[in-house]
Design a protein around this ligand. Sequence first.
Ligand code: SF4
Length: 212
Amino acid sequence: MRINETFLSIQGESTFAGWPCFFIRTTGCPLRCRWCDTTYSFYEGEERTVDSLVSEALACPVPLVEITGGEPFSSPELPLLVRALLDCGKTVLIETSGALPVPEGLDRRCRLVMDIKPPGSGMSALMKEETFRALRPGDEVKAVVCDRNDFDFFLGFLDRLALPPEIPVTVSPVFGECSPGDLAGWVLSSGRPLRVGVQLHKILFDPARRGV
Ligand code: SF4
């Protein structure tokens, strides 16, 4: 499968934020979010076998593996990689844009972290409620918002989804564009059980840096 990069870093945007994590970034994404910080993943990459990726993950002494992108759901070999990692005892997160359906045959012992793309991203028209209906307890939803308009879109979308409480929801400000304090105030006044995130990896490391 075509892989952009692998690296060890700190998980930054889910309930796993703060944990050391081995990242596998797939090549290719059909979206073009305005604030995308991984445009290099659209085309750059090399062919890797599932076996070689699993070996590299096993050589890394952390239990958590995240497959990110790009858009991992664009990779036909994703289910094979996920099953192989799970069978080796890894906890597997998949970060996905919310624009593509969950692939058939995906081993659902993995945990999905599915984005809601708000209007500021330029991609909100691709958000379909039925895509999110495939989420299960253990999965998560997240959003990155740049202003109050984005936050209100996000709340409206959540209302229509009516997710069960076993699916946590994290909302973060666009790094450098939206005040975390403002976002915290919006969350508190909304009265919703939302987690405020801060794109931790961008605070810990140079935002342009790929890993450690
Ligand atoms: S879905 Fe992710 S990788 Fe694709 S354009 Fe948006 S931010 Fe970039």
